[in-house]
Design a protein around this ligand. Structure first.
Ligand code: URA
Length: 201
């Protein structure tokens, strides 16, 4: 992990961080992955979405959230007028994951993998400098809040890496549990209120 910290800390910008990940060899997931999945969207966006890890589609395309869960994620943000391709940073989102390489068969991230890659996520957030973080799902919360239990965490602003962070149900969970979209909608409105500067918690 000390090597990861040094490599991440030395990156001076997002391209440098991507290059540092490309050069990083101490995570076994890399061997089984086709592509590094670094980020997508607008690096200057006010909102940075942090998911869990790439799946098959993401691994193939080298971009986060491009499969079914990603399509739902795009619809969710579109419902509050936000879009990863929006030219204006006020309407844009920036998206990454805790792990930049696909775990075999989409298994859960292992604690040592998360610990190894966390310095890169921390540096990623520093360099992208969003106003708020959206933590998608339990693994993102576990890594960045040190707490799991998404059912209780979601819909409550927390703090991660010195920034306001909103835990939400992962879109893959919403695909399996469509009734939970009601809570996701609530959380999206909370996010929108925060961005508009309303004092809502
Ligand atoms: N699920 C995630 O957590 N991240 C992705 O990029 C795709 C699916």
């Amino acid at each position: 992990v000390a090597v990861a910290k040094a490599a991440a800390g030395a990156a001076q910008d997002l391209d440098g961080l991507r290059a540092a990940l490309d050069a990083f060899t101490l995570c076994d997931l890399k061997k089984g992955a086709r592509n590094l999945v670094f980020a997508d969207g607008q690096p200057g966006a006010r909102v940075m979405v942090i998911g869990e890890a790439p799946g098959r589609d993401e691994d193939q395309q080298g971009k986060p959230f491009v499969g079914r869960a990603g399509q739902l994620l795009d619809k969710m943000f579109a419902a509050i007028g936000m879009d990863r391709a929006a030219p204006d940073v006020a309407d844009a989102i920036y998206i990454t994951n805790i792990l930049p390489w696909r775990p075999p068969q989409n298994r859960d991230p292992k604690p040592d993998e998360v610990a190894m890659m966390l310095p890169f996520v921390q540096r990623h957030v520093e360099l992208a400098a969003p106003d708020v973080l959206v933590l998608m799902g339990n693994h993102s919360c576990g890594a960045l809040l040190g707490r799991k239990g998404i059912t209780r965490l979601r819909g409550n602003w927390a703090e991660a890496l010195g920034r306001p962070a909103l835990p939400m149900f992962h879109p893959a969970y919403l695909l399996r549990n469509p009734h939970a979209k009601r809570e996701a909608w609530h959380d999206l409105l909370m996010l929108q209120a925060k961005l508009r500067g309303a004092n809502v918690t």
